[in-house]
Design a protein around this ligand. Structure first.
Ligand SMILES: Nc1nc2c(c(=O)[nH]1)N[C@H]1C(S)=C(S)[C@@H](COP(=O)(O)OP(=O)(O)OC[C@H]3O[C@@H](n4cnc5c(N)ncnc54)[C@H](O)[C@@H]3O)O[C@H]1N2
Ligand code: MOO
Length: 416
């Protein structure tokens, strides 16, 4: 009995995984990339790799929040007239103490002089020659931003795992973090295989196709925040496959396209096995994209995606992208999924999760699927902004039915 267990375990790796099993298996094996320090602006869109603290108080001293007059509130009896004895513009570093029974003209952001405890804004006073007449009575706010009120020295300003956007850059700049620790972008080698492929910029002859997957995958890798590296096309020979796959395995991630369906020339799996890549899963119960496989060599995940362009991108979206986001230190690896109502009928072949590229829009706060890419027949060209996910148990979906949709575009067209 004991001897059978490893065999069962090995066989399990070669059976079909559900999408959830496949993503769990690979996400459990792969961690974040290391940390690198980059200039602040280059950190935009990256993920913070360490907690960061404020090196000083903000503001660094008590400062005026208004253009006006700094006074002692105890001297500001109703209607009092004070001599204006000082001018304190922003940029003053050490203002002289406020003289008794006087006011100091002060600008927003300038340090409050010792002795003053209130700023009376210009619009609340009357100025006459070198004096100022205060309102009666001086009430309400002091209009002073206290030292450290915004951020206290030593306080954590951003935590590891935070995605750096415009507001984070503003905060980091205020704290003078000129160089920021972020997770390194993984280098992703892209290897397309097949004798029928011709290079981009060439017109394909009969039986040939342009190597569009290389660019589709490179764009998807780049959009996810990683660094694509397109390798030479692997022509249909074992030696070419071995040499180029070995080159690809030097990257942080290797993605191959085509050659996985067990056709006479489908060489990818054999070559990966020869190179010592440990298989993790062999097929995934999704359609298209079913013939997707994944393995690891050391810390390098290897994804073998089917060559059919729509299947390649769906395999990337559902299997590869979450792993890249994990490597990049993101806290969320999956896109948002929400319920959507169909305006068009959809079909699925039961047995696998159907994944359909669709065009969707928001109408009265609800997501509506208005166009879908058909797997057979002619398609009007359209750009999908979501993927409809059709449960594996059901085949027919009619207009008005609800399905789950995964949002690809950050913002979808809104309609009242
Ligand atoms: N007997 C079976 N045949 C097939 C099965 C199956 O289960 N049994 N599955 C089908 C499915 S599903 C898919 S998807 C494809 C996947 O095949 P491969 O990954 O081995 O890829 P190829 O056969 O080489 O190519 C498929 C298709 O994609 C085009 N292609 C390939 N590479 C590129 C590229 N870099 N850029 C653009 N287009 C590319 C290629 O010309 C073919 O048209 O297998 C089915 N067959
Ligand atoms: O992965 Mo394939 O035909 O299901 O596109």
């Amino acid at each position: 009995m004991l001897a059978i267990l490893p065999l069962l375990n090995k066989d399990l790796k070669l059976t079909m995984a559900t999408l959830e099993e496949a993503t769990t298996i690979i996400l459990d094996r792969i961690g974040t990339t290391g940390c690198e320090r980059v200039p602040l602006l280059d950190a935009l869109g990256r993920t913070l790799a360490e907690d960061l603290a404020a090196p000083y108080d903000l503001p660094g001293c008590d400062t005026s929040a208004m253009d006006g007059f700094a006074v002692r509130s105890a001297e500001a009896s109703p209607g009092v007239r004070l001599a204006v004895r000082a001018f304190i513009p922003a940029g003053t570093t050490a203002p002289a103490p406020l003289e008794p029974n006087s006011a100091a003209r002060i600008m927003t952001g300038a340090p409050i002089p010792p002795g003053a405890d209130t700023v009376v804004p210009f619009e609340e006073v009357r100025e006459e020659a070198d004096t100022v007449i205060l309102p009666s009575p001086v009430t309400g706010e002091s209009h002073i931003r206290l030292r450290g009120a915004e951020i206290a020295s030593g306080a954590t300003i951003l935590r590891r795992g935070t995605e750096i956007g415009v507001h984070q850059v503003s905060l980091l700049a205020s704290c003078s973090h000129a160089v920021v620790p972020v997770y390194r972008r993984p280098r992703v080698a892209i290897l397309c295989t097949g004798d029928e492929l011709v290079e981009l910029g060439t017109a394909p002859g009969a039986g040939q196709v342009v190597n569009s997957n290389a660019f589709a995958l490179a764009a998807a890798v780049k959009e996810a925040g990683a660094l694509p590296e397109i390798l030479d096309i692997a022509r249909d020979s074992r030696e070419k496959h071995l040499a180029l796959l070995a080159q690809g395995l030097k990257a942080d991630v290797l993605i191959t396209s085509a050659g996985v369906c067990g056709g006479d020339r489908d060489l990818v799996r054999g070559a990966l096995s020869e190179l010592g890549v440990e298989p993790l899963f062999w097929k995934v119960a999704i359609r298209p994209g079913g013939p997707s496989a994944c393995g690891v060599k050391g810390n390098t995940p290897v994804f073998s995606l089917p060559g059919t362009p729509s299947a390649t991108l769906i395999g990337f979206e559902l299997l590869v992208r979450p792993v890249l986001l994990k490597m990049l230190g993101r806290q969320t690896f999956f896109r948002r999924r929400i319920a959507a109502t169909l305006e068009v009928p959809l079909r699925n072949r039961p047995g696998a999760l159907g994944v359909v590229a669709v065009q969707a829009r928001f109408s009265a706060g609800k997501l509506i699927i208005e166009k879908a890419r058909s797997r057979s027949g002619r398609n009007e060209p359209f750009t999908p902004n979501a993927l409809a996910l059709l449960p594996k148990e059901r085949s027919d979906f009619a207009p008005g039915d609800q399905v789950e949709a995964l949002l690809l575009a950050p913002s979808l067209a809104m309609e009242e």
